[in-house]
Design a protein around this ligand. Structure first.
Ligand code: PEP
Ligand code: CO
Length: 463
């Protein structure tokens, strides 16, 4: 995954076409941005953000593009996962550790299932801003400005809390730096040790009757590890197998924040959005002449675009041309989020169009956002079976098209929440209120997420 081709390097160094600057998005219509009440406070915050160190290094983003080019070539699988919205309130070392633990556990199972390296990208250390379907929401008798994520306003159901406050961008920056610092410590310091991660998976398998259906896969992974040791691979504490790479990502929604963290790389002279390794454009903001596409086209980080069931082939090809005119493999991921009932119909024309046009895209499946519905009690939820069903449909489409189903994009938490229905413990509607803590969309809990990884591993193996 680390090998770089000459072509990829040459392409990474050449400038994007057209006039672009970190602020050129301001000349384009921008959806989903808050109206900041006080321009002077905003200016002051932006000046401070610009002076703060980057969160990631451009070289790391280039490394991720190269790793994604392996996914594009069918030689790796992408696992992108984390919270729907990170929260200022639910911020702790334990929560970060537990989320990382789930991602690592899923990655081991998926590596085994896919037979290729799994590239791990968190929705973490910056995933704060939320696009919303409506600018207001009703809470009881109150009509309030909608909650747009803790980087913008607060979720308390009172009018004062909903006023956008630019100073929140500084809090988000600082929370992201400490999250990233801990993630780097965990991933390089021994916590991610393959033998630990495997032991956690064995505990998962042993801890319930439902988990035991995965005993055979866990046993095969165990045998593979023993085989590696027998072949002389050093699995002890000092070996490189204890280190993993976890890249960060979030939706590039709040452009004031993203612009302030966009820096010129001193090595290549290119612009990188140093708020995360990878950025994505959401389903509500991918208008071809909109501000978000304009911003993303000029940064050299790997980019992803979410595509809902209404996406048309022409529109998708225009996005490919605008965002990846040089056709750099790994630069552009298309993340379909169609819904379980629509993926088999809506996805094939898009896959066929990009193939015909020769656009080297990574295809990923977000099986969460097309499958949200309101439960009887009015809580937003998703059913595990729909999530799995959309992934299954996504795999079927790619099998039919002869393309590589490059990865999955999942909303999860390491906590034992009750936000999504079904799964290994079969969470029922009446259990949703027990531990429903998400700041935005419903997330798979740790056990549902690992259950999903085993199911996807079965699909990948054709079991
Ligand atoms: C999200 O990823 O949290 C999100 C809002 O997704 P989408 O833009 O696909 O609706
Ligand atoms: Co979400």
């Amino acid at each position: 995954m680390e090998s770089r081709t000459l072509d990829a390097d040459a392409a990474l160094a050449s400038p994007p076409s057209g006039r672009w600057a970190p602020r050129s998005w301001r000349e384009h219509p921008a959806l989903q941005l808050p109206t900041w009440p006080d321009a002077a406070v905003l200016d002051d915050v932006v000046i401070q953000l610009r002076a703060l160190p980057p969160l990631v290094f451009a070289g790391e983003a280039r490394r991720l593009t190269r790793a994604l080019s392996s996914v594009q070539a069918g030689k790796a699988f992408l696992l992108q996962a984390g919270d729907c919205a990170e929260s200022f309130d639910e911020f702790s070392a334990d929560a970060i550790r537990d989320k990382l633990k789930v991602i690592l556990q899923m990655a081991v199972v998926l590596t085994y299932g896919s037979g290729v390296p799994v590239l791990k990208v968190g929705r973490i250390a910056g995933q704060f801003a939320k696009p919303r379907s409506s600018p207001t929401e009703r809470v009881g008798d109150l009509e309030l400005p909608v909650f747009r994520g803790h980087i913008v306003n607060d979720d308390l159901p009172v009018p004062a809390a909903r006023v956008p406050d630019p100073r929140r961008m500084l809090t988000a920056y600082h929370q992201s730096t400490s999250t990233l610092n801990l993630l780097r410590a965990f991933t390089k310091g021994g916590f991610a040790d393959l033998t630990h991660v495997h032991a956690w998976n064995q505990q998962f398998v042993a801890s319930s009757a439902e988990g035991r259906r995965y005993e055979a896969i866990a046993e095969e992974i165990d045998r593979a590890l023993r085989f590696m040791t027998a072949c002389g691979v050093d699995l002890s504490t000092d070996s490189p197998i204890h280190q993993v790479d976890l890249f960060t990502s979030h939706e590039a929604l709040l452009l004031d924040y993203e612009e302030a963290l966009t820096r010129e790389d001193s090595l290549s002279g290119e612009w990188y959005d140093c708020s995360a390794h990878m950025l994505w454009i959401g389903e509500r903001t991918h208008q071809i002449d909109g501000a978000h596409v304009e911003f993303a086209r000029g940064i050299r980080n790997p980019i992803s675009v979410k595509l809902g069931p209404a996406a048309e082939p022409d529109e998708v090809l225009s996005l490919c041309e605008r965002l990846n005119p040089e056709r750099i493999p790994g630069r552009l991921t298309l993340t379909s989020r169609m819904g379980v009932d629509k993926v088999r119909r809506a996805l094939p024309p898009l896959v066929v169009a990009t193939e015909r046009a020769g656009h080297p895209v990574v295809w990923a499946c977000d099986p969460m956002h097309g499958n949200t519905f309101a439960s009887e009690s009015g809580r937003k939820t998703r059913h595990f079976d729909d999530v799995l069903g959309e992934i299954q449909g996504f795999f079927e489409v790619h099998r039919r098209c002869g393309t590589w189903p490059g990865g999955v994009h999942i909303e999860l938490t390491g906590d034992d929440v009750t936000e999504c229905l079904g799964g290994i413990e079969d969470i029922l509607e009446e259990q949703l209120p027990l531990r429903y803590t998400t700041a935005c969309d419903p997330r798979l809990n740790a056990r549902q997420a690992i259950d999903l990884a085993f199911r996807v591993a079965e699909l990948l193996r054709g079991d």
